[in-house]
Design a protein around this ligand. Structure first.
Ligand code: RP5
Length: 162
């Protein structure tokens, strides 16, 4: 996509349904993004090349989603100074605990900001990316402030059972 500020990378096409919530949230914030499908294990050179060039390509944040032995976010983080947000994809074998631990347990010096397993993770990855970018973007900061207010209002409006 033109004017993409967020680079989304997922390990497999099979991750796409789980990632819809991330893309939907970025769309709502009117943030441009590019989606790539590359695997830390099946296409390691392409992952490193993407990561090495991400900053000069104009991206500001990388969101990486993978399941199982989920090394994608960590490998991307190895070769860039851009912030990397990791999404542990839910798995049928181990429920996503495998993805969570292999995404979050990074060695010192190579951080990956890891979000939740399940529906909240992809949505929160988009919001966290927006919050990082809003540090340098007052218009986006206003959008996020309005988002928070609307979210609180929706809860309060719904808080009376009778
Ligand atoms: C990971 O392995 C992918 O991110 C996906 O979550 C999982 C399974 O991939 P497929 O075998 O469905 O391609 O690399």
């Amino acid at each position: 996509m033109e004017n993409s500020k967020v680079l989304i990378v997922m390990g497999s096409r099979s991750d796409l349904p789980a990632m819809e919530g991330c893309m939907k949230q970025l769309d709502e914030f009117k943030i441009g993004y590019t989606v790539r499908i590359l695997s830390a294990h099946r296409t390691p050179e392409a992952v490193i090349e993407l990561s090495e060039n991400a900053r000069k390509s104009g991206y500001e944040v990388i969101i990486a989603a993978a399941g199982g032995a989920a090394h994608l976010a960590g490998v991307l983080a190895s070769s860039t100074i851009l912030p990397v947000i990791g999404i542990p994809i839910q798995t049928s074998a181990l429920g996503g605990m495998d993805s969570l631990l292999s995404t979050v347990q990074m060695p010192g010096g190579v951080p990956v900001a890891t979000v939740a397993i399940g529906k909240a993770g992809p949505k929160n990855a988009a919001i966290l990316a927006a919050q990082i970018m809003a540090l340098q973007d007052p218009k986006l900061a206003d959008t996020l402030t309005a988002f928070k207010k609307a979210q609180a209002k929706a809860v309060l409006d719904d808080s009376y059972l009778n």
